[in-house]
Ligand binder design. Structure first.
Ligand code: 13P
Ligand code: SF4
Length: 380
């Protein structure tokens, strides 16, 4: 959906404006028929001093205003490469905005339109829990042989821990390269916080066995593991997961294959191991988009990733059949917190001289997190 479509939608909403929801305070109402015009006006008033980054899981109404659309890796690179825009509106979730702040220069400011746009997976590994785990590994004499790899979907504090302990950040598009790199430097990998991406990368991409991996439960003493299990493991997986991708099941796959003949199942590596093992194609967000786009007309795809993206893929590839892998609707609720009213609010505020919702990572944390992020950007 482009800006013209949004304008038409605004006109339709105009007809219904009598029953429009009123919104006290400064946030424009979602039913405001002038919302798209307000967004266009604010965006053009800010001009080249601003840049809007939009993650692929964002709503269409937000993506329509993105100067750059991408997955977390592409957006991190876009933030790192840009030295001109003074203000970066990050339409994604909190950990992505933190990374953008770390990678941009001191005079650039990163704005997250709604501060409640977090990530439940990132919240599953806190700095004190990870510190606790590292102390156990140190006591067992294995910390010096262990390279921590943290998924981009983690707080800046976890990225800093990783950077300070010779590790790196990875995303779903370079997890295999990051894990290979880690095994060149050490004997073990501590993979945070997504157990599924870690397990799928270790087993399906690097050819390790399931038994080479153990699961560290941060809520149990010693991670719920014996000393021997920790010492023997090649990969220590953190017990975190994505509540959106974790929903897809092998049953979903069987059902869609029974219903649509010739359908191919395409899933994100954050899905559970049995789902990924049964899928036809596994890939990061960018890879999912590329796979559908480059497939032959008439191809049929059941896609296991966030719903905003799957709907957009279906709309942008009308010559193919693209369906959501699950039967029930599931958006990422935190990604969806960024909507047009919030984007308009932060842009208009800036036009009026008020900087709202700036994301600033503490300098001490930013220093080591940057080391971990730059190691990722330098991966071969
Ligand atoms: P990407 O790294 O593919 O952008 O994924 C981000 C994310 O939040 C997946 O759930
Ligand atoms: Fe976090 Fe999952 Fe949402 Fe991605 S889709 S932001 S991992 S909760």
């Amino acid at each position: 959906m482009g800006i013209t479509d949004l304008l038409l939608l605004g006109q339709q909403k105009d007809l219904n404006s009598e029953r429009g929801v009123s919104c006290d305070g400064e946030l424009p109402a979602a039913s405001d028929p002038k919302l798209v015009e307000r967004a266009i006006a604010a965006r053009s008033a800010l001009g080249s001093k601003a840049m809007v980054l939009g993650h692929h899981y964002q709503r269409d109404e937000v993506i329509a205003f993105a100067d750059i659309r991408g997955d977390s890796f592409k957006l991190a690179q876009a933030a790192a490469d840009n030295r001109d825009a003074e203000f970066i509106f990050f339409c994604g979730v909190h950990f992505m905005a933190e990374s953008a702040d770390i990678l941009t220069s001191k005079n650039q400011k990163v704005i997250l339109p709604d501060l409640a746009a977090g990530c439940s997976m990132a919240d599953m590994a806190t700095a004190s829990q990870v510190d606790n785990c590292w102390q156990v590994l140190t006591k067992l004499g294995v910390a010096n042989k262990t390279i921590p790899i943290t998924y981009m979907n983690s707080s800046a504090a976890i990225k800093a821990f990783t950077g300070e302990n010779n590790g790196a950040v990875c995303t779903s598009s370079n997890a295999m390269r990051a894990m290979k790199w880690a095994f060149e430097k050490g004997e073990k990998v501590l993979f945070l916080p997504d157990q599924h991406l870690g397990r799928n990368t270790a087993v399906l991409s690097l050819g390790l066995k399931l038994e080479d991996c153990v699961l560290w439960n941060p809520w149990k003493p010693n991670g719920g593991l014996t000393d021997d299990q920790i010492k023997k493991a090649k990969v220590i997986l953190w017990r975190g997961h994505c509540s959106v991708h974790g929903r897809f099941s092998v049953e979903n796959i069987n059902q869609v294959r029974a219903k649509i003949s010739g359908v191919k199942v395409l899933v994100h590596p954050e899905c559970q191991h049995d789902v990924v093992s049964n899928a036809d194609v596994v890939g990061s967000t960018e890879m999912i988009i590329k796979t559908v786009k480059e497939s032959a007309p008439g191809s049929k795809w059941a896609v296991g990733t966030e719903l905003n993206l799957v709907q957009r893929l279906a709309n942008e590839n009308p010559d193919k059949q693209v369906v959501f892998l699950d039967k029930t609707v599931c958006y990422c609720s935190t990604m969806n917190r960024i909507d047009l009213p919030h984007l308009v609010w932060v842009m208009e505020s800036l036009v009026n001289g008020r900087l709202e919702n700036q994301i600033v990572v503490e300098e001490k944390i930013a220093k080591w997190a940057k080391v971990a992020l730059e190691r990722m950007l330098a991966l071969p």
